[in-house]
Design a protein around this ligand. Sequence first.
Ligand code: PAF
Length: 280
Amino acid sequence: MQTVTTIEALRAQVSAWRRQNLRIALVPTMGNLHAGHLKLVSTARQQADKVVVSIFVNPTQFGPNEDFERYPRTEAADQQQLATCHTDLLFLPTVETLYPRPSQTRISLPGLAALHCGQSRPGHFDGVALVVCKLLNMVQPDSLLMGEKDFQQLALIRQMVADLNIPVEVHGVATVREADGLAMSSRNGYLTTEQRQLAPRLYQALQTARDQIQNGQSSDQSIIAEQIATLTAAGFAVDYFSLSRSQDLLPATDTDTELVLLAAARLGNTRLIDNISFGR
Ligand code: PAF
């Protein structure tokens, strides 16, 4: 595996592959890699001849009181993991490389970005859209692989790619879970032992709500209210727990058939998100 830190070196390698007509996949990450990231890499490997992984803790997607400073940076361990799972190129830029000057360009998707996570993380999705757009321009991959755990982020990037006619196929990859159901996330490492034991209840609540909604047990809103109450009693501060339409993440109506339950909740200072897609 080759590691590059400059845009010039990245472009030189990618151009050489392109001259050989090789298909290139990009897996953007913020590092502190876990099995969920490695699944993205292995899926990318099935679709492309060369796999580029970026590790960049992107400051523009963190709010002023968020965890940018303490976000886990584990580059040496990440490099070892990537080398063993057939990554071809690791792009490891500094903040100065990606943002040599404050960016005056904004990429805003005001509809999607205002929903769900956007309500408690203003500006977050503008930062995500900007950095993913920059990475796509730098690598110009044939395919982009992102996790379904960040369902809203994936929807936003799909929309940006469509709106801006960016020539890349976007692939969502299923969430990888711990044995007890907790969605893998770099932020799980912030949890205390006690919080870690409670954390799988978020996914359990989503599963229970999904089952009850599919059975038509009672109204969608009362099913959701019950799960919010259960999570709150267990010690979660629920940010949102919403039934949405898969295609645009707007509130689902009785006639919608492709659905997603999206949830975010805090345990102490740690914000967990998860989702579950289903039909009815
Ligand atoms: O999901 C992430 O890790 C980040 O939001 C991403 C897509 C790498 C952009 O910084």
